[in-house]
Write a protein that binds this ligand. Structure first.
Ligand code: FE2
Ligand code: FE2
Length: 472
């Protein structure tokens, strides 16, 4: 039996028989999935100090307690409705938003929701083995916090499928638990979510760059004319902010420690000899996850994106910052690559909506890299991190068939093959990272050699708080 009390929500679950019935069927499968595919080895004997969303107001939702992971109270929350909300862009600009799914957009909306929903359990699967290599209890707790919230994001999308898409929605909800990250026969929908994440440098870069793609997608969906989708994604954004904090501060702490070790090694020495992570290795991982996350924004010229915008299904990040919300006859100047040469051409703005969102994303990433560089500067180092050109290492879109270096200069295939190990992580880099992460650190207040402690703990607890307790 589904107990509405065990499932914190603001969607009147206790009086919604239809949703209860759908969840009764789905929830046991979800829990089974979590046990099989969630954090490996931390299901039954560990209590984790996590926050649980129990209401959407600022005080209520950040409720902290120790829980065993499979007993986490995954809930369903929508941000408060905006009174008299109107469609903010596209061909239906100014009309009232929809509380039900219009028949003619049903397939498009379902596809958007399923694609978003698929990324949530995928990331939990990708990260499931990281606990065994954690740099501290503080970091272990952050990993699990991200994991349970990605689980809740899956619930959020399943809520929409169950409530607004009938039978097909229920089928899609099941399939979200059946596809598996990296599985040859039933992979996750988007490539970046099939990449393994087996070390903490990858994890921090993933939460910095790939969760930030989550942020841009959620921002554009929160503009949607389908009001329940807008409200659901608006609440998800509040959780996403913490995921990006984990990534950005994780890398910042690695950089801080690297600087310290470089000082010890006398700057010219190799920090690897004293167990640190050298800046070129950090840059390579940045290149890898940034370029994969650029791909998540889709092709540069896209008739799907144009239709989503015209129909009011998916807008731009911060739509209200723009003057023109119909965008009928404006153009986007885009760089094409033809016959080995770069040419610029104007594309109808509606067809360039993926690129518009990608621009927003690149700007948001650049600001984060800038903050890392200020840290390097303060430490007296001349090294800097940077975002590679957006044409570098692309697997989707018009730059995908051609090779470019991180400055955006085209490269012949052989040159790319010869030089790519300068720019992307190599098996030897991975081996090195795994070697310094071989032993997990479970002692409160202790941190692995390659990472500095955080400035402060979680929820005003001290840094040496026992964020994960082991039952003996
Ligand atoms: Fe998410
Ligand atoms: Fe996330």
């Amino acid at each position: 039996m589904i107990s509405a009390e065990r499932i914190p929500n603001n969607v009147s679950l206790s009086s919604n028989k239809r949703l209860q019935r759908a969840l009764e069927h789905w929830q046991p499968k979800y829990i089974q999935w979590w046990r099989d595919m969630g954090p490996q080895g931390f299901q039954d004997y560990h209590q984790v100090y996590v926050r649980t969303a129990i209401s959407v107001d600022p005080e209520g939702w950040a409720h902290y307690e120790y829980v065993k992971l499979p007993e986490y109270r995954w809930g369903i929350f929508l941000a408060d409705p905006v009174p008299d909300r109107r469609i903010g862009f596209g061909d239906f600009l100014g009309k009232p938003v929809w509380q039900e799914v219009p028949g003619e957009f049903r397939n498009q909306l379902r596809r958007l929701i399923v694609t978003q929903g698929d990324t949530e359990p995928a990331s939990v699967e990708q990260q499931r083995r990281l606990g065994h290599r954690c740099p501290s209890l503080y970091d272990l707790r952050n990993l699990f916090q991200v994991n349970v919230e990605e689980g809740r994001h899956l619930w959020a999308m399943v809520y929409l499928l169950h409530s607004y898409f009938g039978r097909d929605g229920r089928d899609e909800a099941e399939e979200l638990l059946e596809r598996q990250s990296g599985n040859r026969d039933k992979p996750r929908i988007l490539d970046a979510f099939n990449e393994p994440i087996d070390n903490w440098l990858d994890f921090f870069m993933f939460t910095m760059f790939t969760d930030r793609d989550g942020k841009s997608q959620l921002m554009s969906l929160s503009e949607s004319s389908l009001d329940p989708l807008s409200r659901t994604t608006r609440f998800m954004l509040t959780e996403e902010a913490h995921h990006m904090f984990v990534g950005e501060s994780g890398i910042a702490r690695i950089l801080e420690r690297t600087c310290e070790l470089m000082r010890q090694a006398g700057y010219s020495g190799d920090v690897r000899t004293i167990g640190g992570i050298d800046i070129p290795t950090i840059q390579k991982h940045l290149n890898h996850w940034f370029s994969l996350s650029l791909d998540l924004h889709g092709g540069e010229v896209s008739s799907n994106a144009a239709a989503y915008f015209a129909n009011g299904l998916k807008g731009r990040a911060k739509e209200d910052k723009y003057d023109d919300h119909a965008v009928k006859d404006s153009y986007y100047t885009m760089e094409f690559f033809e016959g080995g040469r770069s040419v610029t051409r104007d594309v109808l703005m509606r067809n360039a909506m993926n690129e518009v969102l990608r621009d927003w994303y690149v700007g948001d990433c650049a600001a984060g890299v800038e903050r890392w560089n200020r840290l390097l500067e303060r430490s007296g180092l001349s090294d800097r991190l940077r975002l590679p050109d957006r044409k570098f290492n692309r697997g989707i879109g018009m730059y995908s068939g051609v090779h470019f270096d991180p400055d955006g200069h085209p490269l012949a295939h052989d040159d790319w093959e010869r030089r790519k190990s300068e720019w992307l992580p190599t098996p030897a880099d991975r081996e090195y990272l795994l070697s310094i992460m071989a032993a997990p650190i479970f002692e409160p207040g202790k941190f692995a050699n390659y990472i500095a402690p955080p400035r402060r703990g979680i929820n005003q607890q001290p840094v040496n708080f026992e964020y994960v307790r082991t039952e003996t």
